[in-house]
Design a protein around this ligand. Structure first.
Ligand SMILES: [Cu+2]
Length: 342
């Protein structure tokens, strides 16, 4: 597999140096074999230069499906590279679509289509009103795209395939605040999502939510034999991960879970927490949660913020209450350790 280990310089046609044209033309630049970190510099250069120097991707972004650390995915938020342009905050994210192999359990290997070697992809995070710029490199060997939920212009809707070896820059305002998602929108979408091209996109309200131990839980399925059914399921990409490695949380600590149902083939999935109730903030569109439950039902792509704390220490399960989904990998534990006084 070709990797971007060195800086490269590519020639870009003069006509590509106009930002408006870039956006209108869909920004499909033929830079096969080279990255394009410098593309945003390119459009600032406004036609003065015809070459762009492309720095290498950071090493940690380059492992090809080498592995997922579910405990890392849980609390890792990608706030992008922040700059100020014309008085507003711009967050620039760089992602590379790749093909990788994932060992789902002792006997099952799965070929993923992923972002930056991760399934799920990075959790992008911004504040409402920020400008979002996602530089999407497709190195996965097939056409892919990134379609974001939330609001944006039609040209940024991500339904147009980006061919292998090409780059597309998605740029739009982060609106509205809430918990959103992104995924590849190349047909068949079920397959492109099922193979791993999805992730969460959190937009914080202008006034931050109260401090909490925040984490991401994305439910997904794996069709490992191509029969259009899921044989395995997972939170954050790895079946049974949080059974093997329970999630440590503190007693009496406010927990804020960003949950997303990304399971294809099954029309809905529920989420249930043991020995507690959570407060539900539907799609994160409220400043405060609006009701209490211990089971919620989510259609595919539906997502919510759930808030709770545990008074008691010990291990407590969470899982969809469709037990077949839970027992096939979508199940985990919180390990509540003595911590904050009540
Ligand atoms: Cu795709």
């Amino acid at each position: 597999m070709r990797r971007w280990t060195q800086s490269k310089t590519v020639d870009i046609k003069q006509s590509f140096l106009n930002r408006r044209q870039l956006l209108q033309a869909g920004l499909l630049l033929g830079v096969t074999g080279a990255g394009a970190i410098g593309l945003s510099q390119l459009w600032r250069s406004r036609g003065r230069s015809t070459t762009v120097t492309i720095p290498p991707l950071p090493q940690e972004e380059m492992h090809h499906g080498a592995g997922i650390s579910p405990l890392k995915v849980l609390r890792e938020f990608d706030y992008g590279t922040v700059t100020q342009e014309n008085g507003r905050t711009v967050r620039e994210f760089r992602v590379e679509a790749q093909t990788g192999e994932l060992q789902l359990n002792k006997s099952t290997k799965f070929i993923t289509w992923n972002l930056n070697g991760r399934v799920p992809g990075p959790t992008f995070r911004a504040t409402a009103g920020d400008r979002i710029r996602v530089i999407f490199y497709n190195k996965a060997g097939h056409s892919h795209s990134l379609h974001f939920h939330g609001t944006h212009p039609a040209a940024m809707d991500g339904v147009k395939p980006v061919r292998n070896g090409n780059v597309f820059i998605y740029e739009f305002d982060a609106e509205p605040y809430g918990v959103h998602l992104y995924h590849c929108h190349v047909a068949p979408v079920t397959r492109h999502i099922g193979k791993g091209l999805y992730g969460m996109f959190i937009i914080d309200p202008p006034q931050p939510r109260p401090p909490a131990d925040e984490m991401v839980l994305i439910m997904a399925g794996y069709d490992t034999n191509g029969d259009n059914k899921n044989e395995l399921y997972a939170f954050n990409g790895m079946p049974h991960a949080y059974m093997h490695q329970p999630i440590p949380i503190q007693q009496n600590q406010l927990i804020r879970l960003y949950v997303l149902n990304m399971i294809e083939f099954d029309p809905v999935a529920t989420f249930h927490l043991h020995a507690n109730l959570f407060r539900v903030n539907p799609t994160g569109r409220l400043l405060e949660p609006s009701y209490e439950a211990d089971v919620i039902t989510m259609g595919t792509a539906e997502r919510h913020i759930l808030e709770f704390s545990f008074k008691e220490t010990g291990k407590f399960m969470f899982h969809p209450h469709q037990d077949g989904i839970a027992e096939a990998g979508c199940m985990g534990y919180f390990d509540v350790i003595s911590g904050l006084p009540s």
